[in-house]
Ligand binder design. Structure first.
Ligand code: NAP
Ligand code: MG
Length: 487
């Protein structure tokens, strides 16, 4: 691996001021893999100033054709380094190659998603003529124009870091914004690699794109999202931090775009073929449950509990984990020791509140290293228990019995979150009618998969504000201006 350890500020790859560095750890081995620049507030100050200057004084915001060329260069540069980037991301996220390989969301797939933006950009209607209006004898000819929002702070988490970095930075750059990317401390390389590729492979002008990695939780992140020169914050992370960022951004009325947590329900309607549909419950092991849209509440008909229990016991034996080099494993380690302790504390809470542990529940005895937690299933969960209400972000499934379809919909919607959901039924029309009643930004019917470059993704309720990906994910980074010309 040849990871980039430097910040990228104002067109230069640079050390942090005072030469500060911090270690990047591999969660699957607990080994330090290398050091990365640990930015100070002075570094962040330079990045914000550069982004502001680039937006205000270059033609980046208005030169659509140039931006398109730069995005093509960026994609080509990412593909050139693909094998190395894949290894870096697998190592720093602790996810096996089954997730980082060609079909998974960690590397290749999000790079290929750039084609959507590159393909849409030439056809985007930046200006539309809405014709004449007349008021009090005055005639006007009107134009509605789309323009870049300005300087965007992209603040991202560690679970699928390259995917989220790209899902924000690519549309922001395509729209003509300038960017300061502040990744999560645990996964710096998925951001620093972008600085290197932008520097070495693109004509993106100095200041347009900046990457600032830092170990210190809050300090430089807080500085970025509160700076008056920043016009918009695009954030993915926990709901608690999202609320704080929204409040901070309110001080200078920044635009905010928030992708937050989830507690998604997967509903097995009473006519579902459980032998097939219950395989979807294994999704809770995907990336050790570190995905905001993972369906962590399994809603089952009360009359079929025994059948569900037997199938889950069988199906969870299919989950193998602990070998990062495996391209068939989908479960890796949790990102750090603190996160593992947090997940284990939720498991204890589940037991204490009366849920019945069916499977797992602890650290795997067979693995000496790595922040792993066993695939864990709780039966007899009620929707008021902590493990049904709060996002655990670990491989923990809460199985909740319902009485009838109305009850299932009520339980699914009885959540502070509304990010994703699943519905299974032998009758597709019935499943669709249930899907339409769920207060959730995405719904998977009979195993459908919403995850694609052209499909908007985001949350209702406390799961967020706005949408990422698809045309909606591009338009988040645009302002609308109406020009009226007296005639
Ligand atoms: P987090 O603690 O909310 O942190 C996310 C990012 O925000 C990190 O870069 C963090 O950096 C930064 N940050 C924290 N406090 C900040 C502040 N006051 N001002 C500015 N930046 C701040 O989340 P996480 O633990 O990394 O990620 C897990 C969470 O993300 C889960 O809740 C998950 O559901 C959510 N998530 C949501 C989606 C989605 O699309 N909806 C996708 C993935 C993850 P520092 O640590 O340096 O502060
Ligand atoms: Mg790490």
């Amino acid at each position: 691996m040849n990871p980039e350890s430097r910040l990228f500020i104002d067109g230069e790859l640079c050390e942090a001021s005072a030469g500060r560095v911090y270690p990047n750890l591999n969660p699957a081995t607990e080994e330090v893999m290398g050091q990365v620049a640990d930015a100070t507030p002075e570094d962040m100050e330079r990045a914000i100033a550069a982004a502001r200057r680039a937006f205000d004084t270059t033609d980046w915001p208005t030169n659509h054709a140039f931006r398109l060329e730069c995005l093509k260069q960026l994609k080509a540069g990412l593909l050139d380094g693909l094998e190395d980037f894949k290894a870096q991301i697998a190592a720093e996220t602790g996810s096996p190659l089954g997730i980082c390989g060609s079909g998974g969301p960690q590397c290749e797939v999000p790079i290929s998603f750039m084609d959507f933006t590159i393909g849409e950009l030439p056809n985007f209607q930046w200006s539309r003529d809405i014709g004449e209006s007349e008021m009090m004898g005055m005639k006007s000819r009107r134009l509605v124009e789309k323009e870049a929002v300005g300087v965007v702070a992209c603040v991202t988490p560690w679970n699928v870091p390259l995917q989220i970095n790209l899902a924000k930075c690519v549309p922001a750059l395509a729209a003509g914004c300038t960017v300061v990317l502040k990744p999560a401390p645990d996964t710096p390389w998925a951001a620093t690699l972008l600085g290197r590729v932008v520097k070495e492979c693109t004509d993106i002008p100095p200041g347009v794109f900046n990457v600032v990695t830092a170990s210190d939780p809050r300090e430089v992140g807080e500085q970025l999202v509160s700076d008056p020169r920043v016009d918009m914050v695009s954030f993915t992370g926990s709901t608690a931090v999202g609320k704080h960022i929204m409040a901070t951004a309110a001080q200078t009325v920044k635009k905010v775009f928030l992708e937050l947590g989830g507690k998604s329900a997967n509903i097995m309607l009473d006519d579902a073929d459980l032998s097939q549909s219950l395989l979807s419950a294994l999704g809770v092991c995907f990336h050790a449950g570190q995905g905001c849209a993972i369906q962590t509440r399994l809603l089952i008909p009360r009359s079929r509990q025994a059948e569900v229990e037997e199938l889950l016991k069988t199906y969870f034996t299919f989950i193998e984990y602990g070998d990062p080099s495996s391209d068939s494993q989908i479960m890796g380690a949790l990102v750090n020791a603190k996160q593992r302790e947090r997940v284990l504390a939720y498991i204890e809470k589940g037991k204490a509140e009366g849920a019945r542990l069916l499977l797992g529940g602890g650290k795997p005895a067979q693995l000496e290293k790595g922040f792993y937690v066993e695939p864990t299933v709780f039966m007899d969960v009620t929707n008021d228990m902590t493990i049904a209400r709060e996002e655990i972000f670990g491989p923990v499934l809460a199985v909740i019995a319902y009485d009838d379809e109305e009850d299932a919909i009520r339980i699914a919607n009885d959540s502070d979150y509304g990010l994703s959901a699943g519905v299974w039924s032998a009758d597709e029309a019935r499943a669709l009618s249930v899907a339409r009643r769920l207060r959730s930004g995405t719904v998977c019917v009979n195993g459908g998969n919403f995850y694609a470059a052209d499909a908007p993704f985001g949350g209702y309720k406390q799961s967020g504000v706005g949408r990422e990906m698809g045309p909606e994910g591009f338009e988040e980074y645009l302002e609308t201006k109406t020009i009226a010309v007296g005639v």
